[in-house]
Design a protein around this ligand. Structure first.
Ligand SMILES: [Zn+2]
Length: 140
């Protein structure tokens, strides 16, 4: 709270680029919820892939080629799902770290804080809506 008081009292240019502590709290809750959601999905996927493996060990004796082929495909799909979930979980974890560092959610274009409403929909957004539109106009 002292830090915020100092920023307001300063009225300097840096105050413009600062997010309020209420907003930081709001984003923290948001990111944590997302992390826990992904964490649960990941655990579920891990359990699922264990079940696939157990089933395979259980009845592999009578397998013909086609059977073991489809099981391999199933296992590959489970494996890539695991990697995707782990990836997204890691991203959410990094986002929480960046939030604590004060580097999360600042626009890459104008370096102003990205509005919470936007981060709520796109937690991985790196630009504000204005800068995104400018970029898209340049790209097209
Ligand atoms: Zn911007």
């Amino acid at each position: 709270m002292l830090v915020n008081g100092a920023v307001v009292a300063g009225k300097g240019g840096s105050a413009v680029n600062r997010r309020s502590s209420e907003e930081v709290d709001q984003i923290r809750v948001l990111l944590r919820a997302r992390f826990e959601e992904l964490d649960a999905e990941y655990e579920e996927a891990v359990a699922q892939s264990h079940r696939l493996r157990l089933v395979e060990i259980g009845d592999s004796a009578g397998d013909d080629q086609a059977d073991s082929g489809s099981k391999t495909a199933e296992r590959d799909a489970a494996g890539s799902l695991l990697r995707t979930l782990l990836d997204r979980r890691t991203q959410a974890e990094y986002a929480m770290q960046r939030l604590e560092d004060g580097t999360y959610g600042n626009c890459e274009g104008c370096s102003n804080p990205i509005p919470v409403e936007r981060l709520e929909v796109f937690p991985s957004a790196t630009t504000c809506v204005n800068c995104k539109q400018v970029r898209e106009r340049r790209a097209s």
